[in-house]
Design a protein around this ligand. Structure first.
Ligand SMILES: Nc1nc2c(ncn2[C@@H]2O[C@H](COP(=O)(O)OP(=O)(O)OP(=O)(O)O)[C@@H](O)[C@H]2O)c(=O)[nH]1
Ligand SMILES: [Mg+2]
Length: 304
């Protein structure tokens, strides 16, 4: 990986590194491991947003290693922790584009970063030489359509929009048809933010999903859930609800740069069993980076 990209990860993860994981680094200096070390470490992992289950799994793995390897010093424990954390993360699979257009539906709660992530994805796909179309199926707010249109104009990406207050399923349908008619490679469909607990809105999302399949058998080919890294453990419950409603195939973990507790990435992989395709490391278009476990670990644990 280029030094430039590694630095982007380090900059983006500075808050997480300096707060929770920084405290872990100070805890695991060069002393003897005591009962207190274990207690403090578990509390800090939970604070870092690994979630209780994932924190416990890490602690168990470390206890076993303490026995098996006869660890007595905190610096040995620190090295073991880095390895165990790394083992929790996998690189995402290569993004398959099984049809033309490949249809990607973007979902998530309000304000998680969906529309911005779509713009960033559009730019990235274009730079890879693929043609892109945006579908503004967030018909809830007129400003939402405008936001996507502004990005579309800036990037030279066509935007299909419906009537304000109109049927989001119809916009998805029209977007897929337009993509087919124009021979476009990738259709990115934006949806309105919705709370996972709102029954009607989740039903509406299911409808957008079904209607996409009517416009083109097999669509949507991907459903990416945009998660806000600053939300904390609530985000896991939200994700479970979205998984139940539509076939979520992966996560975009946005706003890692705004979060002091980037440990959610571990819980997403271990508890939700979803790949993280991209991480949002800032607001600029090229701040959306393919998720890279090595760069992530390096970014949160510099000095380990
Ligand atoms: N720092 C930072 N800000 C981000 C990132 N992604 C999105 N944002 C900001 O988060 C805010 C909300 O982003 P949107 O893309 O509008 O979120 P949304 O999910 O489309 O919101 P709704 O459509 O209202 O549900 C904006 O101010 C974005 O600039 C990120 O990775 N880092
Ligand atoms: Mg939006």
């Amino acid at each position: 990986m280029s030094e430039n990209i590694l630095n982007k990860w380090r900059d983006g993860l500075a808050r997480t590194r300096k707060s929770t994981f920084g405290r872990i680094a100070s805890l695991l200096g060069v002393t003897q491991i005591t009962e207190e070390t274990w207690e403090d470490l578990e509390a800090l992992l939970i604070q870092a947003d690994l979630g209780i289950e994932t924190s416990e799994a890490v602690m168990e793995a470390l206890w076993e290693r303490e026995q098996a390897e006869g660890m007595t010093r905190t610096d040995e424990l620190k090295a073991a922790l880095r390895e165990e954390l790394r083992r929790l993360l996998s690189a995402p699979p290569e993004i398959t584009l099984p049809a033309s257009p490949a249809v990607i539906l973007i979902v998530g709660v309000n304000g998680s970063g969906k529309t911005t992530s779509i713009a960033k994805l559009g730019k990235r796909f274009q730079e890879e030489g693929r043609s892109v179309i945006f579908g503004a199926a967030d018909t809830f707010r007129a400003a939402a359509v405008e936001q996507l249109q502004v990005w579309g104009a800036r990037l030279g990406i066509p935007v299909i929009a419906g009537q304000p207050g109109g049927d989001p399923g119809a916009v998805a349908y029209d977007t897929i048809q337009a993509a087919q008619a124009r021979g476009i490679d990738i259709a990115l469909i934006d949806t309105a933010g919705r709370l996972h607990t709102r029954f009607n809105l989740m039903e509406e999302l299911k409808k957008v999903y079904r209607v996409s399949g009517k416009a083109m058998p097999g669509a949507p080919h991907h459903v990416w859930l945009v998660m806000d890294a600053t939300t904390g453990q609530n985000a896991l419950q939200q994700a479970q609800a979205f998984k139940k409603a539509v076939n979520v195939t992966g996560v975009i973990l946005a706003k890692l740069d705004s979060s002091a507790r980037g440990g959610m990435a571990f819980a997403i992989q271990r508890e939700l069993r979803l790949p993280i395709y991209f991480a949002g490391l800032g607001e600029k278009p090229d701040d959306l980076q393919p998720f890279d476990p090595e760069a992530f670990i390096d970014g949160i644990l510099v000095g380990f």
